[in-house]
Design a protein around this ligand. Structure first.
Ligand SMILES: [Zn+2]
Length: 1025
């Protein structure tokens, strides 16, 4: 749905087999080898093989095919990875902003010929062990991907996906529910006013409450004004009500056709089976058409353009007087030129990434704005790429200055080029990214190739990254000014560039609301009495359809017996280095070493807690030892895959009032760079540079801006964190570290004219870190590298522990727990116990500049080890699928909503919700529904499948053993929990609903983030912020 941010290689991540008995490295007849047997010209199930290419750097074999009868294109990436992926994408090129591709994306998932039940897509979430299921609408394509580790599941999901996209019902009712409709505010009462409703309508109102999104949309529309990129593919809220049901069906007929489709499969399942199923269930029923969906080249401007737009003021902006955005965007070449795209994306990183880049030095360091503009760098998601550079959070009077700096900086680059070391650092980063194995490699590949392939670029060429690297080195060798010439051509001499500024308008929200009201009135005035009656009747019909118990028996489903009864064991060894416990986990890490250190902060004075997140975000970015921050950044890029520090709040698994607080150091590097990485960590902790106030101010502003921008996107997380604040001590700390309290704190810091006090505070936190008494480390590396890593870690620990001082904990309530629950005599971790903690009820409302709400209610329940924990997990999932989804999304019109269990809290939430207090009562009705026991064994089984697909989601080699390391949850405890999940019964669910969720049973907290709210304001039980 969102415009893709495309740092091309960022997306390339690996994953390996999730570690059952075999590893992909050792398998004898691998999927890759089998795929290498195909011959160009070979016919398989209606397809012809076009090309077979081994890509050894990515451990895969690519097979390109085309469908004989329809011309559908197909790419298979065979790789010994059990997390198999399927995706089908269509080129969807709307010519208006009614959101037709987006609404179509939603409605095809509402039922199809073979699976006519309502919402098969959402229902499959509960009938499968999928590791991923989703659908996306980009500017010029719509993609439907899923992944699963189970072969039977793959066939089931493929069948549902094929039927959905090629043979959807597209009922009028689906269009109204998902797209837009006029309806009485209360559909049961014809006297209530008519209003606009619809899932996409509300989703897009929510999306456009995000100023970054507004800016990005305008920028694209204005840089490519002559064809499909000039419209809003997701839908402009006020244009959505111009779409008709007939137009939607027409768009489907012309765009969702095999002749306009690209299929991608990935993993270790055999290709023939996929082809056979796709041919039989879909493609054989079509004849070739000419879809005529090509995007023509954007005619180039003969002179640069300027434009201006407005947005709503941001109450949380670090500095309210500086809320302007300015950015210059350049039209670049066609993305189907793979090497040109590779070069320009590298060039973009050299120009803007990190403190050594020319634009960072020129724009960020002088602190003219809070951060780069939300759209920045190379973007290859459109047929012709673009590059953007600019600032957000700046004062209006600086606009001319920024324009001048941008053109000056470009001149400077043309003159001076880039240091060789920076180019090397970037190529090193590509090497690491190609070696690092993530769990969603198939999905990453699908989105990596999607845009170029969509315009008939060669997806196989894109996968051959090392060839692009070699070609790049050669080009630099032949012409040392290769990059400078590119900059001259694409930036200096490029007349197709747009300078777009955005400023806040106090009346923005009001104008939007007024425009919507006028649109509504125009629609209403055109209605006859008969139309009104019909609207009322259809509203009732929809409500009736939504309320009916739904028969999903037509859909395929896995059974609970298809779930693995036991978890795969992850062996770890616990030993010590320099007096500190270390967990070693041998994994096929492909030549990388992953190092983590958890530092408990149980000696930290209370008043320093709020500063910990800031400490974490700056500690690796201020310079250390002999290195200033630029040199430090350079070394980190040259020698590591990244070094970061993050806050940790770890609830105890047995006691709700116990938890561990601390920070986690995480880093990775190629085997050969291990000594360099430890040296950097040593310097960071022995001699960090905290005293550079100018540098600190830059980092503070960026953090504050990032936090403020994140709320409209993750508002439900903020609402849940706030709702849980007064329920457990860990919940309280979560709010301090990452809730609205932290957002407001960072805003205050960003507004300080003198950061001296902060500079004095940060070193005080550091003193509580790296105390061997409060520390433990974890290493994930290949078996061959383990001994060497241990020796180096030992030296590192001795080195950092040298200048430590003993600290007495300020709290006396520290409880020690053995790291290995089976071994009381071994090393331990220290938890804070607040057994006198009194949970209390609190209802908090945050008034925000958005038109939609985020609502949460959280209830204190039981810790992980309690036997009811598993029951509450299943209950949360079942209530989400069988009750809350219908009430909050389908009837309420919110983008999403549900319940989840975690950290001892049972939490309800809604996302981008037009309602607030009504949603709270929907949560309550959900509890009544659960207590009434009106659900079936099938409902329970589906909830179990859904819970297990999350429990069993693949874990990357770099992350294996982490839950044990951080929370002390062993494989045995996990297996125990697993057995409890299997054992949950109907009776258990009713019981836990009665004893935990009923009104007055347990302490609960409520929080709402949303627009001005009269009902809440009048109710004295609410605290309004
Ligand atoms: Zn959507």
């Amino acid at each position: 749905m969102f415009r893709q941010t495309t740092a091309v290689l960022q997306k390339l991540r690996y994953r390996s087999f999730n570690g059952r008995q075999h590893s992909w490295k050792l398998k004898s007849t691998s999927a890759r080898e089998r795929a290498a047997q195909y011959q160009p010209g070979q016919k398989i199930h209606g397809f012809t093989v076009r090309e077979v290419v081994a890509v050894p750097d990515l451990f895969l074999t690519a097979v390109k095919l085309s469908h004989d009868k329809t011309g559908a294109q197909y790419l298979h990436a065979a790789r010994d990875d059990s997390n198999n992926l399927f995706s089908v994408q269509f080129r969807t090129t709307p010519m208006d902003s009614t959101g037709v591709p987006h609404i179509l994306e939603h409605t095809v998932l509402c039922g199809s010929e073979k699976y006519p039940c309502r919402d098969p897509f959402f229902k499959m979430l509960n009938r499968s062990l999928s590791t991923f299921m989703n659908a996306f609408t980009a500017s010029d394509y719509t993609m439907y991907p899923f992944s699963t580790q189970n072969g039977k599941d793959f066939q089931n999901l493929l069948s549902v996906y094929l039927d959905a996209v090629f043979f959807p019902c597209l009922r009028e009712q689906d269009f109204k529910q998902e797209g837009w409709r006029l309806e009485n505010e209360d559909p049961t009462d014809p006297n209530t006013p008519l209003v606009f409703k619809g899932v996409v309508f509300n989703e897009m109102k929510g999306a456009f409450s995000d100023n970054e999104r507004v800016y990005a949309q305008h920028l694209q529309n204005k840089l490519y004004p002559d064809h499909t990129y000039s419209v809003v593919s997701g839908g402009e809220p006020l244009a959505i009500p111009d779409l008709t049901w007939e137009q939607l069906r027409q768009f489907h007929a012309t765009h969702y056709h095999p002749s306009n489709a690209r299929f991608f499969t990935y993993g270790d399942l055999p290709l023939e089976q996929h082809l056979k199923q796709i041919e039989e269930e879909a493609l054989s029923k079509f004849e070739r058409i000419d879809p005529n969906t090509e995007v023509p080249p954007q005619p180039h401007w003969s002179s640069p353009r300027e434009d201006h737009v407005t947005c709503s003021p941001d109450a949380l902006a670090p500095d309210p007087s500086r809320q302007n955005t300015l950015c210059v965007s350049y039209l670049l070449g066609d993305i189907t030129d793979t090497f040109e795209g590779f070069t320009l994306s590298l060039l973009s990183s050299l120009m803007i990434s990190g403190p050594n880049s020319p634009f960072y030095k020129a724009l960020i360091e002088p602190k003219i704005g809070t951060d780069f503009s939300s759209v920045v760098g190379y973007d290859g998601s459109t047929k012709e790429a673009s590059f953007s550079i600019g600032l957000q959070g700046m004062a209006e009077e600086d606009i001319e200055r920024v324009k001048h700096i941008i053109s000056q900086t470009i001149d400077g680059i043309i003159e001076n080029g880039f240091e060789e070391e920076r180019i090397e650092a970037l190529l090193h980063k590509i090497e690491i990214q190609m070696k690092h194995q993530s769990t969603n490699f198939g999905l990453a590949l699908a989105s990596y190739i999607a845009s170029s392939w969509n315009h008939d670029g060669d997806p196989v060429e894109l996968l051959q990254i090392n060839e692009s690297v070699a070609q790049f080195r050669q080009a630099l060798k032949e012409n040392p000014r290769f990059l400078q010439d590119k900059v001259r051509h694409h930036f200096k001499e490029n007349t197709h560039r747009l300078t777009l500024s955005m400023s806040p308008d106090e009346a923005y929200m009001e104008k939007q609301a007024k425009a919507e009201e006028e649109k509504l009135q125009r629609k209403i005035q055109a209605l006859s009495d008969r139309d009104r009656e019909e609207i009322y009747e259809k509203g009732l019909e929809l409500l009736d359809a939504q309320s009916k118990t739904q028969d999903a028996s037509c859909l395929p489903a896995l059974k609970v017996s298809d779930i693995e009864p036991t978890i795969p064991v992850t062996p770890v060894q616990i030993s010590a280095a320099g007096g500190v416990p270390v967990q070693y986990c041998e994994q096929p890490t492909n030549g990388l070493v992953y190092f983590r250190a958890m530092c408990s902060l149980n000696t930290l004075p209370e008043e320093l807690r709020l500063y910990v997140p800031l400490f974490c975000s700056v500690i690796t970015k201020m310079g250390c030892g002999a290195l200033d921050y630029k040199q430090q950044s350079q070394q980190m890029e040259l020698r590591t895959g990244g070094m970061s520090v993050s806050t940790q709040v770890i609830p105890d698994s047995t006691q709700l009032d116990m938890y561990e607080q601390g920070v986690l150091l995480s880093s990775s590097c190629l085997d050969r760079n291990l000594p360099h990485m430890f040296e950097l960590w040593s310097d960071i902790f022995n001699s960090p540079h905290f005293d550079d106030e100018e540098r600190l101010r830059v980092l503070v502003m960026m953090s504050a801006q990032e936090l403020a921008n994140g709320i409209s996107y993750s508002g439900h997380m903020y609402a849940m964190t706030r709702a849980g604040r007064h329920l457990t001590p860990a919940g309280d700390l979560q709010e301090t570290f990452g809730g609205m309290e932290q957002v407001k704190f960072m805003k205050r810091i960003a507004e300080m004219s003198d950061l001296g006090q902060v500079i004095r505070t940060l070193p005080r936190i550091k003193k509580h870190l790296l105390n061997p008494d409060n520390m433990r480390c974890a290493v994930n590396a290949s078996p061959q590298k383990m001994a060497d890593t241990a020796a180096q870690l030992d030296r590192f620990m001795k080195d950092v522990a040298e200048n430590r001082k003993e600290r007495k904990p300020v709290r006396t309530n520290i409880i020690e727990r053995p790291l290995d629950p089976q071994d009381d005599s071994g090393p331990s971790r220290k938890l804070i116990s607040e057994l006198n903690f009194h949970p209390c009820q609190m209802k908090t409302f945050f008034q925000m500049p958005f038109p939609v709400n985020f609502v949460s209610e959280s209830i204190r329940t039981v810790p992980f080890s309690h036997e009811d924990y598993a029951r509450l997990c299943i209950l949360a999932r079942m209530m989400t699928a069988k009750f809350l989804h219908g009430e909050i999304r389908e009837k309420g019109g919110a983008y999403g909503g549900g319940a989840r269990m975690g950290g001892g809290l049972f939490s309800f939430y809604s996302y981008r919700d037009p309602n607030s207090v009504q949603t709270l009562s929907a949560f309550r009705r959900g509890v009544d529904w659960a207590k009434s026991g009106q659900f079936t064994q099938q409902d329970i089984d589906e909830a179990k499948l859904s819970v297990f697909s999350a429990v069993d989601s693949p874990v990357a080699p770099s992350d294996k053993g982490m839950s044990r390391f951080l929370s002390g949850v062993t494989d045995e405890m996990k297996q125990n929990h697993r057995e409890r999940l299997f054992a949950v019964t109907h009776r258990n669910l009713v019981q836990v609903a009665e004893s935990y969720l009923g009104v007055g049973q347990r302490t609960c907290g409520v929080a709402v983030l949303g627009p001005e709210n009269e009902t809440i304001k009048k109710d004295p039980s609410w605290i309004v912020k």
